[in-house]
Design a protein around this ligand. Structure first.
Ligand code: NOJ
Length: 610
């Protein structure tokens, strides 16, 4: 079968979607009411944040007990990874009831208390919206799977075996796509003699957004959460919701790679057929009209961020153009893929700094006139940045964590801090597969080893990049299990917790924590940090990241040595800026600038304002 031409997306920019004037104004994220442009978001991964009841798993009451930590850091928004009812096949990204709270995490009353606790401290709550897929235990899927005639059959992607094949045998899958979590994206369902699509795990069937009933059910659920007081949504893999469908209703095959190393799956990359699909903008605009435009219960605009693997700058510009009324910002994956090798994420290469600078600069410039950036190094899916691109040795951990923070936080966009990043938490990098819990890691290991790769080879890939590096429990203190739980933690604590923990960091004025607190203060205090135009300096320098932000007659200069060796740089035209106010620095004893010449110790960074 040949790939069909994607259907053109309707261009709705500038059209009046027929909402009331009130809704129209509230949803209009123009500079005046777009409070999130100067905000900093903190991500809580509840399973690993704080355990209040000793069962070894973090929970909502644990989060509530730590709100003052977040307030003292100064963040404006908390994004809470999923706490909904779930079999936990993917730690809650497999939801079986969008309006129920998993008993592991607490109750709806706990959510209400969390919302009140945040609001009373001047912070807001963003919920995770996971609607590309549900759990296979969601009632919608249970009904859909009951029979081919179920009224909900078409809520998911059901397809017959490939012609000429018997269902369940290798090659019978309706397409040859490789799942994000290894193996095929199709699960055979012998009871009804068809396959269902799951881009992620077998227990995460994809919802069929082509069906308007599905979309309305999602919007109704979102409205219910907004009425309950939430202030926005982080939308899980939201650019995968629109799939390319051929005229005969089939989905197209991908092209199988050649010369694949041992252990790499023979399934094909299907992403061209489900990434930034033909109806994506239409669906997002409809969601905006139906839900987002009406604002939060408080009357403010909501904050929305779409997680978008494979999003291009061009697509991001469309999604975040306020005139098009889709989303406020997207999470791009380009910069966190910059060190992926030919084997993808499991084959990390050392960072080549000019590549990272070029990529971030491209997005800064590309979203300067229209749209808005999100800024992140870390989340629950990424290795810890201080281990990945910093130096997590005892000598350089603190300075490198601070400098990476400085580079990110003085860019234009909304910064996201992932729990523990403000402490300079590091990768754990276990070398035994038995230590890991993450479904993506475990599936990748089985697929590779059964494909002929050795344990050593596979573990060498997993150690630096597995998602469990981000998911080891938050390190609160030097007490057993880092003060995360009084029980046995669901995932082992990083053994460096006696030195790296929140209690120690808060008590030490030179800690990563206080550096992040100061960075957040700078965003709140200086409009140039929020709105200033960006310009990259020294694009080819292999050690130093430097840029300016300018607004009116103010110029902010950020210069950071992202290496473990000293660096001396000349910054043409910046003599006046370096003679200005030093806003923040990693080293109290930094060498004074000499005209345009700045000398930096390993991992030293500074920002000046003139
Ligand atoms: C992206 C989430 O961030 C990740 O943790 C999850 O496994 C997949 N989407 C599937 O929901």
């Amino acid at each position: 079968m040949t790939s069909p031409e994607p259907k053109p997306a309707p261009d709705h920019a500038g059209t009046d979607p027929g909402r009331s004037d009130d809704a129209h104004t509230r949803g209009d994220a123009s500079r005046g009411n777009a409070w999130w442009r100067s905000a900093v978001v903190y991500q809580v991964y509840p399973r690993s944040f704080a355990d209040s009841d000793g069962d070894g798993i973090g929970d909502l009451r644990g989060v509530i007990a730590k709100l003052d930590h977040l307030r003292s850091l100064g963040v404006d928004v908390v994004w809470l990874s999923p706490i909904f009812t779930s079999p936990q096949a993917d730690n809650g990204y497999d939801i079986s009831d969008y309006q129920g709270i998993d008993p592991t995490f607490g109750s709806l009353e706990d959510v209400d208390e969390l919302v009140a606790g945040l609001h009373s401290r001047g912070m807001r709550l963003v919920m995770d919206l996971v609607v590309n897929h549900t759990s296979d235990e969601h009632q919608w899927f249970v009904e859909s799977a009951a029979s081919k005639d179920s009224p909900k059959r078409d809520w998911y992607w059901w397809r017959p075996p490939r012609e000429g094949f018997v269902g369940g045998e290798r090659g019978a899958e309706p397409t040859n796509w490789h799942s994000f979590f290894s193996g095929s994206t199709w699960q055979w369902h012998p009871e009804t003699g068809e396959y269902y699509l799951h881009l992620f795990a077998r227990k995460q069937p994809d919802l069929n957004w082509e069906n308007p009933e599905v979309r309305q059910a999602v919007y109704a659920m979102m409205r219910w959460w907004v009425a309950r007081g939430v202030d926005g949504f982080r939308m899980d893999v939201i650019n995968l919701i629109s799939k390319v469908v051929c005229d005969d209703g089939a989905l197209p095959d991908g092209v199988v790679g050649t010369d694949l190393p041992a252990g790499v799956s023979r399934y094909a990359d299907g992403s061209p057929f489900y990434t930034n699909g033909p109806r994506l903008h239409e669906f997002l605009h409809e969601m905006h009209t139906e839900v987002l435009a009406h604002g939060a219960a408080s009357g403010d605009v909501l904050i929305t961020v779409g997680e978008m693997p494979g999003v291009t700058l061009e697509e991001a510009r469309k999604v975040t153009d306020p005139a098009r009324r889709e989303l406020d910002m997207v999470f791009t994956f380009e910069h966190v893929g910059i060190d992926h090798g030919p084997g993808g994420k499991w084959a990390l290469r050392p960072l080549h700094l000019p590549d990272l600078k070029a990529n971030l600069a491209r997005w800064q410039e590309g979203l300067m006139a229209v749209g808005w950036n999100s800024l992140y190094w870390n989340n629950h899916d990424q290795p810890r940045v201080v281990s990945r691109w910093g130096d997590d040795s005892a000598e350089h951990r603190v300075a490198s964590a601070k400098s990476l923070g400085t580079v990110l936080h003085l860019l234009r966009g909304t910064p996201y801090v992932y729990q523990g990043e403000e402490l300079g938490m590091t990768n754990v990098g276990w070398s035994q597969i038995g230590s890991y819990q993450d479904i993506e890691t475990l599936n990748y290991y089985s697929e590779s080893v059964s494909g002929g790769a050795s344990d050593g080879e596979v573990m060498a890939g997993i150690g630096p990049v597995s998602r469990d590096n981000a998911r080891t429990p938050m390190q609160w203190s030097d007490t057993p299990h880092a003060g995360f739980t009084t029980g046995t933690p669901w995932l082992a604590v990083n053994p460096n917790y006696p030195a790296v923990n929140a209690e120690a960091a808060v008590a030490d004025p030179d800690s990563v924590f206080h550096h992040y607190r100061r960075l957040i203060e700078l965003r709140h205090a200086h409009e140039v940090v929020v709105e200033g135009d960006f310009a990259l300096l020294l694009p080819d320098h292999e050690q130093v990241f430097a840029y300016t932000r300018s607004l009116g007659d103010e110029t902010l200069l950020m210069v950071a040595n992202l290496s473990s060796a000293p660096a001396v740089v000349d910054l043409p035209g910046q003599a006046a800026t370096v003679a200005g106010t030093l806003l923040i620095a990693t080293h109290a004893d930094g060498a004074p600038a000499d005209g345009e010449r700045v000398s930096l110790a390993p991992w030293e960074s500074r920002a000046y304002l003139a």
